[in-house]
Design a protein around this ligand. Structure first.
Ligand code: DUC
Ligand code: ZN
Ligand code: ZN
Length: 467
């Protein structure tokens, strides 16, 4: 099958130009002007932007968390309608199981045959037994060169001590693995949480007050120092605030290979949302929490200047009814996390590009290209590259609408971005050359997503430590 995408404005992380794209089978075969070809199908992209398919390196599908479970990979229909063609999902280590076994199980039981986007998997340490160190090379063999640890959640299996993280970093650098870190100071949070519960402060807003920016900043700094001591790269997920971003930026200025991600909810939503009446504030409970609004401009500035390199969704598919409601009388029981896998591109375009905060190229970079490079899947994913997968988004810049759960495809009963204006929208998406979204509706095949084995030594290894 030969498909041509004709007449669009191609936007990559570095260039913008008018050209046609020729697709043979699943791959991009040629990009150029006045190409001569005989195509089985021609897609007219005149007046539209043509972007690489998005890479969302931060999702939680079918993830057990705080006594409940997020929705599964079927809801990747929302991802592809939103222009994301690849997700990398976090796989919590199952109790008593190894990292590799947990990965294989999640892949076989939760993802394969269900995901409509291509997917990679990150390991997540939930049981810091010695075997995690021996297992790391086997993760690489399975195509999983990334592993997340939690500095928060002390007293639960998720928590990793500084010793564990330091040992993992030393191991990681020998094999090209990237250690990703949830950076929040566990003890500060525990003391504040207990104090608030004792004082009867049980509403959602106290979730944020028990996890102040200083707790995130301290842990971010500590994580970068552990990386420095190990001479290994580090990746800080979901940077939520200025204080934490400053630590990340400071580490980079010191020559530490420190990279980071923020998320649309930290760029766009403020902590005031946690005070919404009728327990609606619970919809906005995530960790780290939403921050005072002034942080948002600082985070945009960081994305614009490359101090934060990736925008991932941190999609957690919790419903309000029956799930967020679990914490009605106690904020510590509200499942942490916000949905958003569908909205990443629309929000970056509207509140980044159209608001004059990001160039189109920078948007593509943080949405698709740099995540693919950092996570070890470029140039197969994340670019418009001859020989790469034909994952292509055709974007209509002239559309204007309003985000609403009524028109969302995430399979949930709320959308945290409800009521926000969106400019531009995804009109068509090709996944490996197959038309999967047309007129903003899913037209692909159920379960069409494929597991992507990723390579070690991603972009974070391009920075070497000065001796
Ligand atoms: N960390 C995440 O990355 N996502 C949801 C909750 C959390 O603590
Ligand atoms: Zn986290
Ligand atoms: Zn997450």
């Amino acid at each position: 099958m030969v498909t041509a995408v004709r007449g669009g404005i191609i936007v990559t992380s570095t260039d913008q130009y008018n050209a046609d794209i020729l697709i043979e089978g699943e791959k991009i075969a040629a990009i150029g002007k006045n190409l001569s070809y005989r195509a089985d199908a021609v897609i007219d992209a005149t007046g539209k932007y043509v972007f690489p398919g998005g890479v969302d390196g931060h999702t939680h599908f079918k993830a057990p968390f705080m006594g409940t479970v997020t929705t599964g990979f079927e809801t990747t229909v929302g991802a592809i309608i939103g222009g994301t063609t690849t997700v990398i999902d976090f796989v919590p280590q199952s109790e008593g199981a190894g990292l590799v076994d947990s990965i294989i199980r999640h892949r076989e039981e939760s993802a394969e045959g269900k995901s409509v986007v291509d997917f990679g998997l990150h390991a997540t340490v939930m049981d810091s037994r010695n075997s995690i160190f021996e297992e790391a090379p086997n993760l690489i063999k399975e195509g999983v060169p990334t592993l997340k640890v939690f500095m928060a959640y002390k007293g639960t299996p998720a928590y990793s001590s500084d010793e564990t993280i330091f040992r993992l970093l030393r191991k990681a650098k020998d094999i090209g693995m990237l250690v990703m870190v949830h950076a929040e100071h566990a003890d500060i949070i525990e003391v504040l949480r207990k104090q608030m519960m004792t004082e009867g402060k049980t509403e959602p807003k106290y979730h944020a007050m028990s996890r102040p920016p200083v707790a995130e900043a301290e842990a971010t700094f500590r994580a970068t120092m552990l990386a420095k001591a190990a001479e290994a790269p580090i990746f800080v997920v979901h940077v939520s605030c200025y204080d934490s971003m400053l630590r990340l930026r400071g580490a980079r200025m010191e020559g530490i290979s420190a990279f980071g991600e923020t998320c649309p909810h930290y760029l766009i939503l403020g902590v005031e949302n946690l005070s919404r009446p009728d327990f609606e504030g619970a919809k906005y409970v995530c960790s780290p929490p939403l921050r005072e609004a002034w942080n948002q401009e600082k985070l945009w500035e960081a994305v614009r200047n490359g101090w934060i390199q990736v925008v991932g969704s941190d999609h957690c598919g919790f419903n309000f009814k029956g799930q967020k409601e679990l914490g009605r009388d106690d904020f510590t029981k509200i499942p942490n996390g916000c949905p958003g896998v569908e909205n990443r591109l629309g929000l970056l375009y509207t509140y980044g590009v159209m608001a004059g905060r990001l160039s189109l190229g920078k948007m593509v970079d943080v949405f698709a290209t740099t995540p693919a490079k950092i996570y070890g899947m470029y140039p197969q994913k994340g670019g418009l590259v001859v020989g790469g997968d034909a994952d292509i988004v055709i974007f209509d810049p002239d559309w204007t609408g309003v985000i609403s759960v009524k028109t969302s495809h995430q399979g949930l009963d709320f959308n945290p971005f409800e009521g926000l204006t969106q400019k531009g929208r995804v009109e068509k998406v090709l996944l490996r050359g197959t038309l999967s979204v047309d007129a903003a509706s899913f037209v692909g095949n159920p379960g069409q997503g494929r597991f992507i084995k990723r390579e070690p030594y991603g972009l974070a290894y391009a920075v070497s430590y000065a001796k």
